[in-house]
Design a protein around this ligand. Structure first.
Ligand SMILES: *[C@@H]1O[C@H](CO)[C@@H](O)[C@H](O)[C@H]1NC(C)=O
Ligand SMILES: *[C@@H]1O[C@H](CO)[C@@H](O)[C@H](O)[C@H]1NC(C)=O
Ligand SMILES: *[C@@H]1O[C@H](CO)[C@@H](O)[C@H](O)[C@H]1NC(C)=O
Ligand SMILES: *[C@@H]1O[C@H](CO)[C@@H](O)[C@H](O)[C@H]1NC(C)=O
Length: 489
């Protein structure tokens, strides 16, 4: 047993050193920085540095044993795929009334203030029991920091929980977006303008009254503003909605759901968005978080292109397993992969092919369990170097919870599990077991989750999927198909 664990640990360590530079954007993958560490900047923002044109990612820094109060870390990138870490932009300070390690330092946003010439960081500042509901403010001469704490204040006397920020590209004016908490008198989302220098709030521009939504962000097009927000289901994802308007003061439209129903926005929560005005095209990206409440420090990023139809006044977040974005031209394209279907897979032990009218060829591979009940896909073509493989799955452990506040799925005996973990083994080499996290899905909803694997060159590869422990059981999710993508060049 001890030996097995060591083997598994070594295998996981070996697989964690790739990649150091990336080309494709792969939503839901383990993103690694240029040193091979997990990109650790959650629920934050991407700020474009006007001088260098570089993208800076800010977000909550989370490690095992310290999932709140870890401060704000910062990364830079030229292409939104390769990330270089610049350490902590805002470090927690022991004994500080607002930024100690026991405080809440959430959803940081950074803008350049033309007035002060400094970079201004704002965030949801709170104590550990969310009793203060303030907005924190820190500043720095340098985009990467270190940022110095300035204040933590109530926005125009109100409360502030999930915090967002938006800058209008047409006039450069910045706005705070915040839900004001869960009290009965609250449950609103505010859009409030900053003063010229972005040092304090000015006036309320709009209030989404009693919608009880959170995690707001605004996407601005030539004609429209789309305000995206999630329902309040804690760390569990739900169907994100958007409102549209011609002007920030409104009138705003009815809310509408932005991704295929019951995908729960592809298992993600809204929080930020990015407008990339390239030479040929303007592309809008949804920058969502895929929280993992069992291991928050391993939460993933779901960044996806958004399709907007101004005539229909609609916006859709579109899923892509792997896509290639050119930030200079603004163009993006899905990467084309080769699909291998469940009907051609070989089953072992008690795993079997079950009728499923929503599955490819009317079936899904189920009852995958531990090392004994597995499925194997064969004759897979590989390149000999690392390539992304997406696994399309269904995991209906959650009993179909919805968008209602709290969104509690564990009504029956509290046995609900956030995710299953599958084992993935290439060419029977059990010294290298990859762990594939499979979030819960709604019934009949197929979602995909990726791994980077190294297959042999040629068509003789096998991929075997079994089940690993998620702390409760060793069940793997049901599998529909896998898609193998070309290596990044
Ligand atoms: C957080 O702040 C609220 C309001 O001041 C207070 O009632 C609560 O006790 C504080 N919680 C902690 C852990 O200090
Ligand atoms: C400012 O940030 C840049 C980019 O990370 C870094 O090279 C430079 O040393 C920083 N300057 C100061 C004064 O911290
Ligand atoms: C915050 O605003 C709500 C309405 O959105 C109001 O009912 C509540 O009293 C305000 N809270 C404070 C502390 O001003
Ligand atoms: C399956 O085998 C791997 C080693 O290949 C081991 O780490 C793991 O614990 C085994 N799982 C079960 C459920 O027996």
């Amino acid at each position: 047993m001890a030996f097995r664990l060591i083997v598994l640990a070594l295998a996981l360590a070996a697989s964690s050193s790739l990649p150091v530079s990336a080309k494709y954007i792969v939503p839901g993958a383990r993103w690694r920085d240029t040193e091979g560490n997990l990109v650790n900047a959650h629920a934050g923002c991407v700020t474009v540095d006007e001088e260098s044109g570089k993208f800076f990612l800010f977000g909550e820094y989370k490690v095992q044993g310290q999932t709140e109060g870890g401060g704000v870390s910062v990364y830079s990138s030229e292409d939104l795929a390769t990330w270089e870490h610049h350490g902590m932009a805002l470090s927690p300070i022991e004994g500080h009334p607002y930024i100690s390690k026991t405080d809440i330092i959430q959803r940081p946003k950074v803008v350049k203030s033309e007035g002060t010439g400094k970079f201004h960081m704002w965030w949801h500042a709170d104590n550990s029991t969310y009793g203060e509901l303030l907005q924190g403010f820190a500043q720095s001469d340098n985009i990467t920091g270190p940022y110095s704490f300035v204040s933590a204040t109530s926005p125009l006397g109100n409360w502030s929980q999930d915090f967002g920020m938006f800058t209008d590209y047409k006039d450069g004016k910045s706005y705070a977006l915040y839900s004001n908490g869960d009290r009965k008198e609250a449950r609103d989302v505010y859009l409030t303008s900053y003063n010229e220098d972005v040092t304090a709030l000015d006036k309320v521009v709009h209030r989404w009254d009693k919608f009880d939504l959170e995690a707001p962000t605004i996407i601005q097009t030539e004609k429209s503003y789309f305000a995206l927000m999630s329902h309040k289901t804690g760390y569990r994802p739900n169907n994100v909605v958007a409102f549209r308007a011609d002007s920030l003061a409104g009138p705003w439209s009815q809310p509408f759901i932005v991704a295929p129903l019951n995908t729960r926005t592809f298992s993600s929560q809204s929080g930020f968005s990015l407008r990339i005005k390239g030479r040929k095209k303007t592309t809008y990206l949804y920058l969502g978080d895929q929280w993992d409440s069992n291991s928050l420090w391993e939460s993933r990023y779901i960044w996806l292109p958004v399709e907007i139809d101004e005539a229909k006044k609609s916006l859709q977040v579109v899923w892509n397993d792997v896509y290639d974005l050119n930030v200079k031209t603004g163009e993006w394209a899905p990467v084309k992969g080769k699909t291998y279907y469940g009907k051609d897979a070989t089953m072992k032990g008690a795993a079997f092919k079950q009728e499923a009218n929503f599955g490819s060829n009317g079936i899904i591979l189920t009852n995958i369990y531990g090392n004994d009940s597995t499925v194997t896909f064969s004759n897979i073509e590989g390149t000999g170097s690392p390539q992304w493989v997406s696994f399309w799955y269904q995991n209906i452990d959650d009993m179909g919870y919805g968008d209602q506040p709290g969104g509690s799925p564990d009504r029956i005996g509290g046995a609900w599990q956030l995710r299953r973990i599958a084992s993935v083994v290439v060419n029977g080499d059990t010294t290298k077991v990859e762990s594939l996290y499979q979030r819960d899905t709604h019934k009949g909803i197929l979602l995909s989750t990726p791994l980077q694997l190294t297959l042999k060159k040629g068509r003789q590869n096998t991929i075997t999927i079994g089940g690993l422990s998620n702390g409760v059981d060793v069940k793997g999710a049901d599998i529909d198909r896998i898609v193998v993508y070309p290596s990044e060049k």
